[in-house]
Write a new protein. Structure first.
Length: 536
């Protein structure tokens, strides 16, 4: 059989196939979500190309990989076991990004354990590129998107002023006088930043420049992506003057993104050419994976008859064990993966979902407050993937209002998890002026700690209270929610919980403290009622 990656015997391929199959079974849910849900999203559809990039770099190093002897090592079980631990955290806590990193660690651990660290070093860049297949966590993604939108809109307005147009910016809305441009998530630049960062990483790796030049090229992908996106926003504003928005909002809006992204490629190449003219110009010493000299053979390898007469040795031939499937490292890795696959499916982790009243029956009269229900659009409901929710606008006798929102999840398993206002409000343009936690007195010496935020947007001001009602606990951040979801899944077979959010405007000459007093009064009224709708 033709030797490929140093694996020549059919038994070796069978062993490799068994480990790959066991890994695929363990991570079938995560891989299905990655390919079927994450990658088709507009910001991450570049990920479809990453597996081919990884295969290319593996193929490029195939001869170097095959030349080195395989030295199985128990040390490879360090990343392997860590990956399995992260699998259980991600599986029980409902966090896909944790599962993705877990998969990566398991792959690295299996390679290290069965082939040795020298071979892993040979293909290190292909393993690094694997990380490019995994979208960022939701919290980081939203915050990064919001920040990029602000910077892009600011620079876009500056370019419009340079062109001679009048433009004003309020948050992520650019007012042209005769039209308004909304810098939405699609214009955040994130869908340019990530593929451009991957491209700059590949260019830096392929170049023989000095280390600081490589790092400079990689870091420059951030300002380059922001700059080209700002130019796109400015060009959209200019087209409004000649097309009444038809071209700007139609084909151009989608096509211009790829057109301007392609303009970033020659920018990076020009940047590398300029850096090449700067000292130092010497090439870096080749790494171990690029050295052409054959390593000393491991015990059991065979050299040709030229040994000892000044002739180079032949490629080492690794002698197969008489019992290839009885190797302890292979057996231990396979048993660990199979046990994880069986436990994740066979052990009874079915959740005990307690009975509760439907949130649609929430009273519309609470003390002096009278409410009116509202509903969400279906596409928003599809994104949130919640079990039950209520939106009620309550108003007191003085005409002051509070928007009440609660989202209940029967299970916060993978793909069904609470979204924090910390990410949702900025995504809608609200800027946090103050954020922290505060204690709300509930009477009879009791109090409840909630998250508090003071936000502004286009001259409007609001005070926000929110907390996570999680199986009798009141939590104030998503990290606590994840930790207790794992613990309660194991000890109580429950991951249900709810987000509760209260928002009140700061009216006229009111101070934020006046609005907060109103929120505290309403909180004292609503908390006892919610116990009937959110199980403890």
């Amino acid at each position: 059989m033709t030797r490929l990656f140093g694996i020549a015997r059919p038994s070796a391929w069978v062993k490799f196939g068994l480990l790959a199959l066991a890994t695929a079974v363990v991570y079938s849910g995560a891989i299905g979500h990655l390919v079927g849900f994450d990658w088709p999203m507009a910001d991450f559809n570049y990920c479809f190309l990453i597996p081919f990039v990884v295969l290319y770099f593996l193929w490029e190093k195939r001869e170097n990989f095959a030349r080195l002897p395989s030295v199985p090592s128990w040390t490879g079980f360090l990343p392997l076991v860590l990956g399995i631990l992260l699998f259980w955290l991600g599986d029980l806590g409902g966090e896909f990004f944790t599962l993705y990193i877990s998969l990566w660690l398991v792959v690295v651990g299996l390679l290290w354990a069965n082939f040795g660290i020298a071979k892993v070093r040979t293909i290190w860049f292909a393993l690094v590129m694997m990380l490019g297949m995994f979208p960022l966590p939701f919290i980081i993604n939203v915050r990064l998107t919001f920040g990029l939108k602000l910077i892009s809109s600011q620079l876009g307005v500056a370019l419009l002023h340079l062109y001679g147009m009048t433009a004003l910016r309020e948050g992520n809305v650019i007012d042209l006088g005769f039209a308004q441009l909304q810098v939405v998530e699609a214009c955040s630049g994130l869908r340019y930043l990530m593929p451009l960062a991957v491209l700059s990483l590949i260019l830096a790796y392929q170049s023989k420049a000095h280390l600081w030049k490589k790092l400079f090229v990689i870091a420059s992908s951030v300002p380059v992506s922001i700059g080209i996106n700002s130019a796109r926003i400015a060009l959209t504003g200019i087209l409004y003057t000649v097309s009444n928005g038809e071209v700007a909002e139609g084909f151009f809006h989608g096509f211009s993104g790829w057109l301007i992204f392609m303009a970033a490629v020659p920018i990076l190449l020009l940047e590398m050419w300029i850096l090449g003219k700067l000292p130092p110009r010497e090439r870096l010493r080749a790494g171990p994976e690029d050295e052409q000299a054959s390593p000393a053979p491991e015990p059991g390898t065979v050299r040709d008859g030229g040994q000892g007469r000044g002739q180079p040795p032949s490629r080492p031939v690794i002698q197969a064990s008489a019992r290839p499937f009885a190797q302890p490292i292979f057996i231990a890795a396979l048993v660990l993966l199979c046990a994880t696959a069986v436990l994740s499916r066979a052990v009874e982790f079915r959740e005990k979902i307690p009975l509760k009243k439907p949130l649609s029956s929430l009273p519309l009269t609470i003390g002096e407050w009278t409410g009116q229900t509202d509903r969400m659009e279906q596409d928003m409901l599809d994104q949130l993937n919640l079990s039950d929710y209520a939106i009620v606008d309550y108003q007191n006798r003085g005409g002051k209002s509070i928007n009440f929102y609660t989202a209940y999840y029967e299970s916060q398993s993978k793909g069904q998890t609470t979204h924090s206002p910390e990410t949702c409000l900025p995504a809608n343009g609200w800027e946090f002026r103050e954020a922290g936690a505060t204690d709300v007195p509930l009477g009879t010496g009791r109090s409840m700690r909630v998250s508090r935020a003071y936000v502004e947007y286009s001259g409007s001001r609001q005070v926000v209270y929110y907390w996570f009602a999680q199986r009798g606990r009141v939590l104030t951040n998503l990290y606590q929610v994840k930790i207790y979801s794992v613990w309660d899944s194991l000890t109580r077979h429950r991951t249900d919980g709810a987000l509760v959010r209260l928002i009140t405007p700061v009216y006229g000459r009111e101070s934020p403290s006046d609005a907060e007093t109103r929120l505290q009064e309403f909180t004292r009224e609503i908390v006892p009622i919610l116990r009937e709708y959110v199980p403890e």
